[in-house]
Design a binder for this molecule. Structure first.
Ligand code: PEP
Ligand code: MG
Length: 541
């Protein structure tokens, strides 16, 4: 039995087999005395990788059709590209270095080259080159890629997971996530909470000792992860699981009830989601609406931009499923930890303060307008509100409205039906909060993004796991700021919500109600818990 301790980021307790998804993929540079032997290792790994891709192509073609399977054929062809292979071979021979390092550097170089191209199709190939290189490095290391489609539901172990890797996983096969790295407020942790998958980060897993398939217990209350548990530990975990099931059943009795305090104050409880399929969790948990649909997840885990039609269908589906309930769709908030290689974004010194969200959309209006057109078209099918992220000024809002007007004019002239939805902004930069009195007049609502607001107010990178102990969303500066934003919104007659993770913090629910927050948008699994909490509060006492 081995015990490790980490930070629980999504509550729950499970037992199941381990599946090691990804070890540390950093590749070390090592000198070799025999470059020719390294080159022949590279040639064998190439054959192995091509064989894997052929198998993947055949299986995908049979299961999802040839069009969707074509990507594996493209990857296989990349492994036959002489420029790519010569670059790797020359590095090995010229610098007497190991094949893994040569492949990794060549992959990075080629990927950057594609990312810098004008043509959108070529730009999108950057991600493929990187994927192919990772596969080749894995073959060189003799590591096997776990085949999730043939595994039983498992506890996924990884060194780290990016949001784009997380969205690619088949959720029905994941019992829990355990990662060595990762911060409590990263988007991967947020995704786990959205999908109610127990998760523990910062676990010092010894991958040498953890075997695929061996039994593990993940206690995502205490943050404990136990591999090869003894009978007693297993029995205790099973008892806790049964208790949890009972608690969850008790909460079910709150379905269909109002979110109302003992003395009659009501508040909206909405859900945060990242995909169309997450909307099911919102309904299961009786959400009054969707308060944050993170549309950027539509752009992650793929090799090219989602087009207008694809986006329109997705948004329309969400609106139709929610059948008249409010749905707040946030426009593309890509950048920082949410990366898709086909955007071809350059590496930045300070990505959190860099080229992300609305800054990217205003500088690349073609991408933004595709999304706006899809949203305007979908707005006819339900109660849509569109929300813009990372706003710092009224000037940005003016530029957004100009693009909305362009999208509208285009749709009108093309005879395509549309509707202009309610439009609001996220308050997640200190600048927007401080001038929220000035901004309130030009928008329909505010939603406070406490994850970023805390990061920028306290000058603490939310991605940096070493700073988790200093990342304090209860800081008086954050709470005063929320109060200010609510006052300014209400003075202008606008509604205001909280869609950052703090909205789900039951120890602050009473404070938020006293401040006058109109809506809390939280991960679906928190809705009934908060409804219960609200029903225990009395504000006039
Ligand atoms: C926030 O910053 O609080 C927020 C809701 O947005 P995200 O977590 O996606 O940055
Ligand atoms: Mg944010």
């Amino acid at each position: 039995m081995i015990r490790w301790k980490g930070k629980a980021v999504c509550r729950g307790i499970v037992c199941g087999p381990a599946a090691v998804l990804k070890r540390d993929e950093r590749v070390k540079r090592q000198k070799t005395a025999d470059p020719a032997a390294e080159i022949s290792r590279l040639e064998s790994a190439l054959e192995e990788a091509k064989g894997q891709l052929e198998k993947l192509y055949k299986r995908a073609a049979a299961e999802v059709g040839e069009d969707s399977a074509a990507i594996f054929e493209v990857h296989r062809m990349m492994l036959e590209d002489e420029d790519y292979l010569d670059a790797a071979r020359n590095l090995i021979a010229g610098e007497s270095i190991n094949a893994e390092y040569a492949v990794s550097v060549t992959g990075d170089n080629f990927s950057e080259m594609f990312a810098g191209m004008e043509d959108e199709y070529m730009k999108a190939r950057a991600a493929d080159v990187r994927d192919v290189s990772v596969r080749l490095v894995r073959c060189l290391r003799g590591e096997e890629e776990p085949d999730f489609s043939s595994l039983p539901p498992s506890v996924v172990f990884a060194d780290d997971l990016t949001p784009s890797e997380t969205v690619r996983l088949d959720k029905s096969r994941i019992l829990a996530f355990v990662t060595v790295h990762g911060s409590v407020n990263s988007h991967t942790a947020i995704l786990a909470r959205t999908m109610s998958i127990p998760a523990v980060v910062g676990v010092p897993v010894d991958f040498e000792k953890l075997k695929n398939g061996s039994p593990v217990v993940v206690d995502a209350f205490s943050g404990e992860v136990i591999a090869d548990p003894d009978g007693e530990t297993l029995a205790a975990a099973e008892k806790r699981m049964a208790e949890e099931r009972e608690n969850a059943e008790l909460l079910q009795s709150l379905k269909g009830k109002e979110n109302i305090t003992k003395d009659g104050h009501r508040v909206e409880l909405f859900a945060n989601v990242g995909s169309v399929s997450d909307v099911g969790y919102a309904l299961e948990n009786d959400a009054g609406g969707i308060g944050l649909f993170r549309s950027e997840f539509l752009y992650l885990g793929r090799n090219d931009y989602p087009g207008e039609e694809e986006q329109y269908q997705a948004y329309r589906q969400v609106l139709q499923i929610m059948a008249g309930k409010k749905v707040v769709i946030r426009t593309l908030d890509i950048g920082a930890d949410k990366q898709a290689a086909y955007f071809g974004l350059e590496k930045e010194e300070n990505p959190a303060m860099g080229f992300r969200a609305i800054r990217l959309c205003l500088t690349r209006p073609k991408i933004f307008k595709t999304q706006l057109r899809a949203l305007l078209r979908a707005a006819r099918y339900g109660n849509l509100s569109v929300m813009y992220p990372m706003i710092t000024s009224g000037e940005e809002i003016k530029r957004i409205y100009a693009l909305v007007a362009e999208a509208e004019a285009e749709l009108k002239s093309e005879g395509i039906p549309y509707k202009i939805p309610e439009q609001g902004i996220m308050i997640e930069t200190p600048a927007a909060a401080v001038i929220s009195d000035l901004l309130a007049g030009s928008v329909d609502f505010f939603s406070v993004g406490t994850n970023d607001l805390t990061q920028y107010m306290l000058a603490i990178d939310r991605q940096n796991e070493k700073l988790d102990e200093f990342y304090d969303p209860h800081h008086e500066a954050v709470l005063r700021t929320i109060r200010l934003v609510v006052e300014n919104a209400h003075r202008a007659g606008k509604w205001v919500g909280i869609c950052g993770e703090l909205g789900a913090d039951a120890s602050l629910t009473e404070t938020f109600l006293r401040i006058g927050v109109d809506e809390l948008s939280v991960s679906p699994s928190m809705i009934l818990r908060l409804r219960k909490k609200i029903s225990e509060i009395r504000l006039d006492g």
